[in-house]
Design a protein around this ligand. Structure first.
Ligand code: F6R
Length: 606
């Protein structure tokens, strides 16, 4: 969703801002704009549609050494040029770009209208621009602080003042903003991917923090005007990580990265000798880990489905009750927070508003919450008491793939550590550790079958509707399969427990409705086979995703087979083919795979 870039330095700002906006495109947006501090004051250009349309609409001469840019995902007001950011004050002096929502914008707007101000957009952000412009202070910092004192809500803001074109003032509250430190130039972005081309030296702003950036450096400070001395940190990210690198789509690039990314994630985190996991970032010692009696995983969409895989891993390896709940529901139902429950927030972006609110709800009620998060320094990562970074690298495609696999690994590591301070034997711990270490190679084996899976996917793309079925360990895999398929192909796909088919949905089965069946070689194999027979008997086509040992399916043809791992870890590997099925079905349909309609990469609104 919305993205921010800003630049101040010795170079021309406009091309740098535009490059940053192109980098932010993957987050999802409906309009874009920039403001550049030129010799003739602040010049603002905005456009509905893609960033390339904004680029085409830019005036030829747009010279200035400082500016701000934004990609907008409409919340307050329709998708129009007027509502795109930057929003400006009535006199055109102050320009503001904003991620987040100002809760009291309507009230403030009324008050300002009462004082004679006129507004040219429906946005909450324009209110902020007006408030800053009205503040009497000489310094832009003071005017921004004055405005912040009047607003409530979440925000990442970048503000320019045509009277002080040498500086940009930024502020955050519940929305990420990162400073990039260059050589006599400074960058600001809401996402690391917009910075990596220019610098790897960054400063993550904390909630409630502000900063003034000029060509010669930055100063961070609190709302109480106290300096908050921050030292830049070096990020382990290359420009190639956010490039297509010869691939047609980021989704496929990210699927294919999984053997190396998972190998990197596991490195140093397994103690094979004692059959356990080293998870220093959790900030929980063995005694504290022992003290928990249950776990609850909180995430949204696909992250919630992996949370279900995680809950199962914890129940199996640590024999502790565990379940997963959509964070979007949890936060609204006044949940009972138990002192001996460990809450686990799981999120690729670390910015999903529903998950962040769930974390706050747990903390507000005194609960303990750790995060399984991919983006280092993101809101959720910062707000949790500790956690496991997923180290999947940047994920640009809207449909999540590699980050989900890494979430599965993160849960396996957590379950192993919890198990080993309880009743999981050293031998079983070593068995799981070896299974985890075998996964990267086994993922590569599944990916080697891509041409065959692509063929099956193309045939499934012809169906208007599909079932994905599984049981117990296979069910979250089926849910993720259906989710990924509908997300990128726009085909209706529904996940069912194989056991539930006969209680209703079997009525839908005919030759036009294929079923993808997740059939691990486990104790439920026979029951899964029965469900498949019931579908076949009604003329339904079945595509099994299974293990080589399921001899009954080997003879059927058009199977997708994945290598067998340890029973508990099998769901992680069974998920790889559903990613390929979705990708190749969407490819066969000629769709915009990396940016499915109506979706954004990180859902930062409710
Ligand atoms: C599906 C997908 C979404 C996300 C969900 C949570 O492919 O990407 O369902 O899993 O929006 O996002 P994060 O993990 O960033 O919190």
């Amino acid at each position: 969703m919305c993205g921010i870039v800003a630049y101040v330095g010795s170079q021309n700002a406009a091309p740098i801002l535009m490059e940053g906006l192109f980098r932010l495109e993957y987050r999802g947006y409906d309009s874009a704009g920039i403001a550049v501090m030129t010799a003739r004051g602040s010049q603002v250009c905005k456009q509905v549609g893609r960033v390339r349309e904004l680029e085409a609409a830019l005036p030829r001469r747009l010279a200035g050494k400082a500016g701000i840019g934004h990609t907008r995902w409409a919340t307050h007001g329709a998708v129009t040029q007027e509502n795109a950011h930057p929003q400006v004050s009535e006199d055109g002096r102050i320009s503001v770009v904003h991620n987040g929502i100002i809760d009291n914008a309507m009230d403030l707007r009324e008050v300002l209208i009462g004082k004679g101000e006129t507004f040219s957009s429906e946005t909450d952000t324009e209110v902020v621009a007006h408030l800053i412009a009205r503040s009497g202070g000489d310094r832009l910092e003071d005017a921004v602080l004055d405005a912040l004192g009047q607003i409530t809500g979440t925000y990442a803001l970048a503000v320019t003042d045509a009277d002080h074109p040498d500086r940009i003032v930024v502020a955050t509250n519940g929305s990420t903003l990162i400073l990039g430190v260059g050589d006599r130039e400074m960058f600001v972005a809401s996402d690391l991917s917009a910075l990596v081309r220019h610098t790897t030296s960054v400063v993550h702003l904390d909630d409630g923090e502000l900063a003034t950036v000029t060509a010669s450096g930055f100063r961070t400070f609190s709302k109480e005007q106290e300096n908050t001395a921050k030292t830049p940190v070096s990020i382990d990210l290359q420009a190639e990580d956010v490039d297509l690198g010869g691939h047609q789509h980021f989704m496929r690039k990210e699927i294919l990265e999984q053997p190396s990314s998972t190998e990197r994630m596991l490195r140093g985190r397994l103690d094979e000798r004692y059959g356990t996991a080293r998870l220093d970032g959790l900030n929980l010692g063995p005694r504290e880990l022992r003290g928990f009696r249950r776990l609850k995983m909180l995430g949204c969409g696909s992250a919630y489905y992996v949370g279900q895989i995680g809950a199962q891993l914890v129940e199996e390896l640590a024999r502790m009750p565990a379940d997963a709940e959509p964070a979007s529901e949890f936060r609204y139902r006044n949940p009972v927070i138990e002192p001996d429950t460990l809450y686990v927030a799981v999120s690729q972006s670390g910015e999903t508003a529903d998950t962040a609110f769930a974390v706050r709800e747990v903390k507000r009620k005194g609960g303990q919450v750790v995060g399984l998060v991919n983006v280092v320094g993101s809101t959720i990562a910062r707000e949790c008491d500790g956690g496991i970074y997923l180290h999947a690298g940047p994920e640009i495609a809207v449909a999540s793939t590699k980050a989900l696999t890494h979430m599965g690994l993160g849960f396996a590591l957590l379950a192993l550590a919890l198990g080993r301070v309880r009743d999981l034997s050293i031998t079983d711990g070593q068995r799981i550790a070896s299974g985890l270490l075998a996964l990267p190679d086994q993922i590569a084996q599944v990916l080697a079958d891509e041409p065959a899976i692509a063929e099956i996917a193309a045939s499934l793309a012809a169906a208007r509707s599909l079932f994905f079925i599984g049981r117990v360990r296979g069910f979250p895999v089926a849910r993720e399969g259906a989710q990924k398929f509908k997300e990128v192909t726009y085909r209706h796909a529904e996940a069912y427990q194989a056991s539930e088919l006969k209680h209703g949905p079997l009525a839908l089965i005919d030759a036009s409705l294929p079923t993808v069946a997740v059939v691990p070689d486990d104790e439920l194999k026979g029951r899964n086979l029965t469900a498949i027979e019931q579908i076949a008997a009604r003329g339904g086509r079945v595509v099994p995703i299974t293990h080589p040992g399921v001899a009954e399916l080997a003879a059927r043809g058009a199977n997708i087979t994945v290598p067998k791992n340890e029973l508990e870890l099998d769901p992680i590997l069974l998920t790889i083919p559903v990613q390929l099925l979705a990708y190749h079905a969407a490819h066969a349909l000629g769709l915009d795979i990396d940016k499915p309609r109506n979706l954004a990469k990180s859902v930062t609104v409710e």
